[in-house]
Design a protein around this ligand. Structure first.
Ligand SMILES: [Zn+2]
Length: 124
């Protein structure tokens, strides 16, 4: 958001998914996060590498990186896919070559997240 960190990926990305897990909801501050997955070797930091902060969540050994200046989430790494990195789809200005095709963690979705079902719209 602030422009201190700039990166690009080689397209197309490998996968894209909607993450409804509690951990991603808290880390991103939204009902669910949409990620684009790439090979780490195909992510190129153009500027601001020293402004990238990393947080390793010990329980799951996942690593989330964000801009140290403005807090924008940047990278989400999971131990079962060590050569891959997931990047919030919303931070890209251009197409990534991959559309979200699946949902993860739907069982952890909050009851306040509206999915277009009008009968649930009044829960707050
Ligand atoms: Zn920033």
């Amino acid at each position: 958001m602030c422009g201190v960190v700039r990166f690009e990926i080689d397209v197309p990305a490998v996968w894209a998914w909607h993450d409804h897990s509690l951990a991603s909801r808290h880390a991103q501050g939204c009902a669910y996060a949409t990620y684009v997955g790439c090979w780490k070797s195909r992510v190129h930091i153009l500027k601001g590498k020293t402004s990238i902060s990393r947080f390793e969540y010990g329980e799951t050994r996942t690593v989330r990186s964000f801009c140290a200046r403005c807090g924008t989430p940047l990278f989400y790494e999971r131990p079962h896919a060590p050569k891959m990195v997931n990047i919030p789809r919303a931070v890209f200005a251009a197409r990534t070559g991959r559309e979200p095709r699946y949902h993860v963690g739907l069982s952890e979705a909050p009851d306040w997240a509206w999915r277009g079902d009008r009968s649930r719209a009044s829960r707050a």
